[in-house]
Design a protein around this ligand. Structure first.
Ligand code: F6R
Length: 366
């Protein structure tokens, strides 16, 4: 059942070229310039008319929501708020009739996310679900939605669900941008073609597995890790840190790289590993300066870079290459080495990778 892999988590990490392709099958036709989302029909016009969008989720699904915030604002020009379901539901949020709420959940059973949906519906919001588990409570509670089609995720640490959530969110909001006319046809076409090539790029990113295992050996005894990224890679930094802490029990924090100087920089010394997600994008020059700031304080830098980068390898202690893609799609690729890093470190520390202590796959308690 683990398909020859030692753990479900590893199987699910390596499955991603396929799960992302499955998630696009029958939906994305790049050569025809078409996106078809059967589950979003009746309320598609309401979505196009939205003044704002509220996204609710927990954990890794909340990180997918943060990537979506950048994407929706960039492509659709609609303001987005991303909320932890548990905070949103208890703080008397402002929701008006016709507001759009998007709930993201792998299991479809997360109690706080479900309660946030019920609250929003009671106030007249239209709720869309981005859910993996067919027929789950959240799928049933929403008005419309799109399933991930990623297949069951068994490992407690969410991996393939995260990349499938991003893929679905990108498809939904590219389609919306096209409908609203907030994206140029050429850019739309270019993104569809690029999206179609993501499974091959993920496949290539997985080839760093041996190198990541070697790096993990050197850092497995660290007590702390910092993960830094900017723009679309900021939520990836949060996700990398969450993966590491939940399965290896090493304390890790994710931050926007520019926030480092507002506090976390005080933590940096020769014992602090800092993982930079520093692929080539519009904030590349800025993140290069952040790497220099860490190196000048003797921090150990592990950088995720775009293939062929010649500058960062001169500064960083270790570089892990990923294939180039459009910056809005990069989280689908740049998260892969971080999933592998957490897996190998946890394994080397003797942790139960598939069933970390204190965690359940579905959090049905509030
Ligand atoms: C992290 C993880 C959790 C879940 C969170 C939400 O690897 O698995 O943080 O992402 O509990 O779960 P779902 O997506 O099922 O609502």
């Amino acid at each position: 059942e683990k398909g020859g892999y030692e753990h479900f988590m590893l199987k699910e990490i390596f499955e991603q070229p396929k799960s992302i392709a499955d998630c696009m099958r029958g939906r994305l036709n790049a050569s025809a310039g078409e996106l078809t989302l059967g589950g979003i029909q009746n309320y598609a016009e309401a979505l196009a008319q939205a003044d704002r969008i509220i996204i609710v989720a927990c954990g890794t699904s909340w990180h997918a929501g943060l990537v979506a915030e950048y994407f929706i604002e960039d492509m659709c020009r609609i303001p987005v708020e991303v909320e932890y379901a548990s905070e949103f539901r208890y703080r008397n949020p402002v929701i008006k009739e016709g507001d759009i709420l998007i709930a993201i959940s792998q299991s479809g059973e997360t109690a706080d996310t479900l309660a946030a949906i019920e609250l929003a519906k009671a106030k007249g919001a239209i709720v869309f679900g981005i859910v993996n588990t067919v027929g789950s409570s959240i799928a049933r509670a929403t008005h419309e939605g799109a399933y991930l089609h990623a297949g069951p995720e068994i490992g407690v640490a969410s991996t393939k669900a995260f990349t499938a959530q991003l893929t679905v969110l990108i498809m939904v909001f590219l389609k919306l941008a096209k409908r609203k006319g907030t994206i140029a046809e050429s850019r739309f076409r270019e993104l569809l073609i690029e999206l179609e090539s993501v499974p091959q790029k993920v496949e290539k990113a997985l080839k760093s597995d041996d190198q990541i295992r070697e790096i993990s050996e050197l850092f497995k005894d660290a007590h702390n890790f910092l993960y830094l990224g900017r723009g679309y890679n900021f939520p990836v930094a949060l996700e990398g840190a969450l993966k590491l802490k939940e399965i290896s029990y090493i304390h890790a924090e994710g931050y926007p790289a520019a926030e480092m100087k507002h506090g976390p920089i005080a933590l940096i010394d020769e014992n602090m590993p800092v993982v930079f997600i520093a692929t080539r994008d519009s904030s590349y020059d800025k993140i290069v300066s952040n790497i220099q700031e860490v190196k000048s304080r003797k921090g150990k830098v592990i950088a995720i870079v775009t293939e062929g980068d010649v500058l960062i390898p001169k500064m960083a202690d270790f570089v892990i290459e990923v294939p180039a893609t459009h910056e809005a799609l990069m989280p689908l690729v740049s998260v892969i080495p971080l999933q592998l890093l957490s897996y190998h470190i946890a394994l080397m520390r003797g942790c139960n990778v598939d069933q970390p202590r204190n965690l359940a796959k579905s959090v049905t308690v509030e």
